[in-house]
Design a protein around this ligand. Structure first.
Ligand code: COA
Length: 162
């Protein structure tokens, strides 16, 4: 059975992430969406908020679970018995960094493969930071995040708060 990890900060989860989750859930038997608790990245949403937002959008997928981890991704993957890490590639600019990460992870454990999915071109410009920036200046983010996430982002960083 292929057990796959889709890691990220998900601060917050966007439609781009959801597109990868949706497509990966159709290809693999069991998908773990793993939220990184990263002490070096100042998150806007707490770990619990990020996990809750993800749970609110993945509940229709019976083969998808949400979890969190800290430390090395490869160690977490080993602990969960996963043999594949899935990442989304949005543009050529993602490639160099992702290539480096994939090679480093393979060096750490050559039994865990990193696989890439091309992001849907509708979402190739989106990142969590872009969503928060647009919202903070009063822009419309309704097409960028799932409806359940929209109000959470607006409450947290929306222009009306300032
Ligand atoms: N759609 C929309 N946005 C996407 C996306 C997609 N398909 N794929 C990525 N993004 C966005 C993310 O939202 C993120 O935005 P942000 O920088 O504004 O938060 C940005 O693109 C970068 O994404 P990514 O490179 O996946 O970074 P991340 O912070 O979400 O996740 C980890 C990084 C968790 C995968 C990585 O840091 C990790 O594995 N850390 C653990 C430590 C470790 O093992 N390090 C490696 C040692 S070699």
């Amino acid at each position: 059975m292929s057990k796959v990890i889709y890691p990220g900060s998900f601060d917050p989860v966007t439609n781009g992430h959801l597109d990868i989750i949706d497509r990966a859930s159709k290809v693999f038997e069991h998908l773990i969406v793993a939220v990184l608790e990263n002490p070096r990245k100042q998150a806007s949403f707490s770990l619990e908020e990020r996990v809750d937002m993800l749970n609110s959008i993945v509940f229709p997928y019976t083969n998808v679970e949400v979890d969190c981890f800290r430390g090395l991704l490869i160690e977490y993957a080993q602990k969960r018995g996963a043999n594949i890490i899935i990442k989304g590639l949005r543009a050529v600019s993602d490639f160099e960094f992702e290539f480096q990460m994939a090679l480093a992870n393979r060096k750490l454990n050559c039994n865990i493969e990193t696989m890439f999915m091309m992001t849907n071109n509708m979402y190739s410009f989106i990142s969590s930071s872009i969503v928060k920036e647009v919202a903070s200046f009063g822009g419309d983010i309704r097409d960028m995040v799932p409806p359940q996430v929209y109000s959470k982002v607006m409450d947290k960083v929306g222009a009306s708060r300032y």
